[in-house]
Design a protein around this ligand. Structure first.
Ligand code: XIL
Length: 442
């Protein structure tokens, strides 16, 4: 985009331009008070959608009943307009970050309903025509897919959701109205609950346009069903979006973990692009210095695409690659043109075993960074590993190189080992992929 500050390195891609070329947007949550200096210039240069991290929440805009503070929210909307960005309004009705007068107040059911629809009307009307997407209702579900017992649900029942959407539609007919939650990214009980809820809302004629999938993910645990899950919601006749993507890990992050994180940001972005009704991806903070993760998950972090000094991390290049960038960067591992894996159980006892794995590059070019995946045939699990970072989700195992064995020359090999647990059977895995390419077993 002409007129905005240059990206960190002259040769680096501009995410918003890549996104535009793909017919999508790439967004970030922001902290309004930081939108100056490097933070502001990267936000403006790289992203074409912004979401206020906190400034539009009920507790921020109406700290005292009837007395409003719009300064933070106004500042973000003004910034977006000055930089040609969309805004995701976040969020109108949510059990968290409510003002104290509301959270601790006692209201009749009728009064609470009026207060809630009144809040939606006031805030949506204030920004009428300036907000592209509203997260009208946030986090309505429990982990098992049942309705969360928020103050709204407890007093008003499920109809609080319909009322909120109707009030929002009336206040700004042009804004796309979303319901948004976390741990609904893959298929499972919670996303099934969301699916049923959206079906019920549609059946009642509630004006819902989209479903937001927050995407607060853990390294090594990106759901393999993400794309299929987005697609099944799209097939219900709603738009979908990834609204709060971050991928956290235990600190300090290793190079291998950052390489894996690159692959995972790429995979999530690609999953959205593969679903026609997936409108775009938003990261929940673009720099590790502005991420909620370390505050909320002690010892975890490094969850965003830029480091704390605004330098792009491998994850940034992973996003860019998903958006069609072919310029490399961020530790591009190079193509795997051939690989062979030997897997050997070296010792086994009643419940445990030790295995060694050799990964051989039988292709003609060097690999710089590798991720080996396999599926357990008989329900084994990895308990600890050396010379690789190994994680497991269900029966899927992901092993990422350690810093010292990531580079494998043509004809060369890398080895790692692990301890595992087994019961019933300990059959060796029969297929392996290296950076997505199928390997022979030796
Ligand atoms: C987080 C903010 O990033 C933090 O600054 C704040 O202290 C707590 O809320 N799901 C949401 C977001 O929908 O609003 C949350 O944002 C993160 C989880």
């Amino acid at each position: 985009m002409v007129g905005f500050a240059a990206p960190a390195h002259a040769a680096d891609p501009v995410l918003r331009d890549l996104a535009t070329a793909k017919g999508t947007y790439y967004g970030t949550a922001v902290t309004g008070s930081k939108l100056t200096g490097t933070y502001g210039s990267v936000t403006g240069a790289q992203f074409d959608s912004i979401t206020p991290g906190n400034e539009m929440k009920w507790g921020s805009v109406e700290p005292t009943r009837g007395s409003f503070n719009w300064a933070g929210a106004d500042g973000i909307v003004n910034f977006a307009e000055a930089h040609g960005q969309k805004v995701r309004g976040h969020t109108l009705v949510w059990h968290s970050q409510m003002p104290n007068w509301l959270a601790n107040g006692t209201f009749s059911d009728a009064e609470l309903r009026t207060i809630t629809t009144g809040h939606v009307t006031t805030e949506v009307a204030r920004y009428k025509g300036r907000i592209d997407h509203w997260d009208v209702v946030n986090e309505p579900l429990n982990e098992d897919g049942t309705m969360r017992a928020s103050k709204f649900y407890t007093q008003l029942g499920e109809s609080y959701i319909a009322d909120a959407f109707r009030a929002a539609r009336a206040a700004d007919p042009a804004a796309k109205l979303y319901i948004n939650d976390y741990n609904t990214d893959g298929t499972g009980a919670k996303s099934n609950g969301m699916y049923s809820l959206v079906q019920r809302l549609k059946a009642q004629g509630v004006p819902i346009d989209g479903v937001g999938f927050q995407g607060h993910l853990i390294l090594g645990q990106v759901p393999s069903t993400l794309q299929a899950n987005l697609q099944r919601f799209a097939d219900l006749g709603v738009d979908v979006a990834i609204t709060e993507l971050d991928i956290r890990m235990t600190l300090p992050a290793t190079d291998a973990e950052l390489a894996q994180q690159k692959a995972e940001f790429k995979a999530v972005t690609s999953a959205c692009l593969a679903v026609t009704r997936c409108k775009g991806v938003t990261v929940w903070g673009f720099t590790d210095s502005d991420s909620w993760i370390p505050d909320v998950f002690p010892g975890q972090g490094a969850a965003t695409p830029y480091d704390a000094n605004f330098q792009p991390k491998p994850a940034y290049y992973g996003i860019a690659e998903a958006l069609g960038w072919t310029g490399g960067g961020g530790g591009d591992p190079g193509p795997v043109t051939g690989c062979a894996v030997s897997y050997a159980v070296q010792s086994q006892w009643n419940t445990g075993f030790t295995a060694g794995v050799t990964v051989r590059n039988t292709g003609s070019s060097a690999i710089d960074g590798w991720t080996l995946k396999w599926t357990w045939p008989s329900g084994q699990s990895v308990t600890s590993a050396w010379n690789a970072t190994v994680s497991q989700s269900g029966t899927q195992v992901t092993a990422v190189n350690a810093a010292h064995n990531g580079a494998i020359a043509a004809g060369g090999s890398a080895t790692f080992g692990f301890n595992g647990a087994w019961s019933g059977g300990n059959t060796a895995p029969s297929t392996f992929t290296l950076n997505g390419a199928a390997c022979t077993t030796a």
